[in-house]
Design a protein around this ligand. Structure first.
Ligand SMILES: [Zn+2]
Length: 320
């Protein structure tokens, strides 16, 4: 997360309502020089579903989280001759952003860029499968990192989880609510990308059901498997608790402002931030250090929590 509370930002160029809706159409030109590979996996909903009937019975989930997190942190190349080592400078973020666009495209999704001036969020919009006209669910995580190191925990973990969530949710047979999955730029310099996205939603009067922001799901030093909800809307706290309880995952709830969820809380959206026990004293000790590496992420904990998050999101996206 960000080291400090966001300051109020000047309005950046934002989406209009028409543009926001048009983004569903995934105009390839909007991606600029995307240079993406041909989708290897387009129309793979059926195979994905066969190997991933539920979040708990999803064969590809654990290796996929490892692959995406590993790529974001330089364990393997992002493309031939391209390795992501940092995600702080404009150039570093451009390389990471391109990888995310390429990876989502390879999975048959249609990412677009939300360009707000000083940066660009990566967005995947999934329409309702039932034609229901319901408010959208926003799922986000920041993909930028501090300059100190590879920023694996903060926030390669949240980024990998949102990429996996896009793949998972796109393959569900039914989805009543439309969903925006957003990889926010420039969180570490003041919640810039998330603020731009929240303002775009508000200014376009987009109906939003709920906002779920993931930041640092990487560490469980005391071995209790717990998560922490940041400034949760009461109905979302209840939803997460209802799914976490049967899984034996303890849930804490705290007021905390220094991450992307706050950009949405400040604008009145029904919001929750999800993290490891950062405030409660079981935070990754490598936070914002050069040692925030892939090797220092607890992949088993990250995967267990991701299965919970996907179950929560799938529940929220269907209305029976
Ligand atoms: Zn973060």
């Amino acid at each position: 997360m960000s080291p400090r509370r966001a300051t109020r930002l000047r309005a950046a160029p934002l989406w209009g309502a028409a543009v926001a809706l048009a983004a569903c159409g995934a105009d390839p030109a909007a991606l600029g020089d995307a240079g993406v590979d041909a989708p290897v996996d387009a129309a793979t909903d059926a195979p994905d579903l066969a190997s991933c009937a539920t979040s708990d019975a999803c064969d590809w989930l654990a290796p996929y989280l490892t692959e995406v997190l590993g790529t974001l942190t330089g364990e393997q190349p992002a493309a031939p001759g391209v390795t992501i080592t940092r995600r702080a400078s404009s150039g570093e973020r451009a390389i990471a952003r391109q990888y995310l666009v390429d990876e989502l495209t390879r999975r048959g999704l249609a990412p677009t860029l939300h360009d707000y001036g000083s940066g660009q969020n990566v967005v995947v919009q999934l329409p309702s499968t039932t034609g229901a006209d319901l408010p959208r669910i926003v799922i986000g995580a920041h993909f930028d990192g501090v300059p100190a190191g590879p920023a694996a925990a903060d926030n390669g973990t949240g980024t990998a989880i949102v990429v996996a969530a896009a793949r998972y949710l796109a393959a569900r047979p039914r989805r009543d609510h439309p969903i925006d999955l957003v990889l926010f730029d420039q969180e570490e310099v003041g919640l810039v990308g998330s603020t731009a996205y929240a303002l775009a939603l508000r200014d376009a009067a987009v109906a939003v059901d709920s906002v779920h922001s993931f930041d640092m799901i990487s560490f469980d030093g005391d071995g209790d498997g717990a998560i922490e909800l940041w400034s949760p809307a009461p109905e979302l706290e209840a939803l997460y608790r209802a799914h976490a309880g049967p899984r034996g995952i303890p849930v804490g709830a705290v007021a905390f402002a220094s991450s992307d969820h706050q950009a949405f809380v400040d604008r009145g959206f029904t919001t929750v931030g999800v993290c490891e026990e950062f405030v409660a004293g079981d935070a990754n000790p490598h936070y914002h250090r050069a040692t925030d590496t892939f090797a220092n992420v607890d992949l088993a904990y990250m995967t267990r929590v991701t299965r919970l998050l996907l179950a929560v999101l799938e529940d929220r996206a269907t209305t029976d």
